[in-house]
Design a binder for this molecule. Structure first.
Ligand code: KG4
Ligand code: ZN
Length: 356
């Protein structure tokens, strides 16, 4: 059974993991830069690259030590080479090239989005001692993170068998959570704080208009929703904790409803039985609740990977790399880093009027 070393440095996590083609995890190390970027309220690319340079070597060594393996005992070296911050990606890619050259092991580039979409196959043991659930192909996945929000049909574990069927035209859902938290002076990253406050608030106090809610469209838009909150805050600044919680509840209810409505619509349209919700925003309590209720109503089987597989990690990259390795796919020292995904886009960013 092949074992793959995966390296991830596309944004603000430096991570290394050793995972088998069966999804078994021998080591999974994540160094987060969240505290480094928190004073700026967002990821500062230059700081991210510098911190990846500091952390990447030690993180890889730690993963090998935890797995009890030498570098020449893994079968391939996989690395996220797209999409992401270019300076951040370059650090992981160059380190992976060096390790592949030194060990004679094949180098395999992985699209970060493919990693997120295959994350449910990384087998993790839950608190109850049971292995995490895996979906069956084909499935429709909602990928919701700080950088990406899109729906995909996944027919097999290779990029060529993954098709985007709808995406955001502007902000990602996580970005909208973070911006709303910033508007309300709540700190960074805002998603978990908005989630916690929303549970104390009353969503019916403020009516927000759901963006791109029309039936038949699988596209999303979150910048208008954020603007609605900004205008409300400018007009009547929320002065009590309760008023802030109410606003969080309204925003969260509107954002999560549109995400789950479209996930279910996409699954029915594609005629699949399995649906997956993945990415950092999959931690959101209301999103999970709505996904479970809606999937049950529609007779669909829902898989939400454990939190460690939803946020950026290298285990999903190692697994996606193992799938490419088994399929005979290889890269070499010419592997480039790119800010763009390999998965063809159906949804253009920007307003409809700006389309060519
Ligand atoms: O997948 P991730 O760790 O990194 C990216 O690839 O972007 O996602 C981070 C995003 C952030 O925007 C964060 O605010 C959001 O996920 N997030 C949440 C929650 N936990 C994390 N958003 C809403 N509710 C949460 N509980
Ligand atoms: Zn990600």
């Amino acid at each position: 059974m092949p074992w793959v070393l995966g390296i991830e440095s596309s944004c603000d996590e430096t991570a290394a993991a050793i995972v088998s083609h069966e999804g078994e995890v021998a080591a999974d190390v994540v160094h987060s830069q969240v505290e480094l970027h928190a004073p700026y309220g967002g990821v500062v690319p230059e700081l991210a690259s510098r911190d990846h340079l500091r952390a990447c070597g030690p993180v890889v060594r730690e993963a090998l030590a935890r797995a009890g393996k030498r570098l020449d005992e893994v079968d391939a070296i996989a690395v996220t080479n797209r999409p992401g911050l270019i300076g951040a990606l370059l650090v992981g890619v160059q380190i992976a090239k060096g390790l592949a050259f030194a060990s004679g092991r094949p180098l395999i580039g992985v699209d970060h989005l493919v990693g997120h979409l295959l994350a449910p196959f990384v087998r993790r043991v839950g608190k109850d001692g049971a292995l995490s659930q895996t979906p069956e192909f084909p499935y429709v996945a909602l990928l919701v993170s700080g950088g990406h929000t899109a729906l995909y049909r996944v027919d097999a574990p290779l990029a060529a068998s993954i098709r985007e069927i709808g995406a955001t035209r502007d902000d990602a859902a996580g970005e909208a959570f973070d911006k709303v938290a910033k508007l309300l002076g709540l700190g960074y990253p805002g998603g978990p704080i908005v989630d916690r406050l929303a549970q104390l608030g009353d969503a019916s106090r403020t009516k927000l208009k759901a963006p791109m809610a029309q039936r038949g469209s699988l596209e999303f838009s979150f910048s208008g929703l954020k603007t609605q909150v900004a205008e409300l805050v400018a007009r009547t600044p929320p002065e009590s904790e309760a008023a802030i919680a109410d606003l969080c509840a309204s925003f969260q209810a509107t954002a999560t409803k549109v995400l789950i409505d479209k996930l279910i619509a996409a699954a029915l349209l594609e005629g699949v039985r399995d649906v997956v919700v993945t990415g950092g925003v999959a931690a959101n309590s209301e999103l999970r609740r709505r996904a479970e209720a809606a999937a049950t109503r529609a007779g669909l089987r829902l898989t939400v990977p454990p939190f460690a597989s939803c946020t950026d990690n290298a285990a999903m990259i190692a697994f996606a790399g193992a799938c490419r390795f088994v399929a005979g796919e290889r890269d070499d020292a010419a592997l480039i880093a790119s800010s763009q995904t390999l998965l063809p886009r159906r949804t253009r960013r920007g307003p409809a009027s700006a389309r060519s």
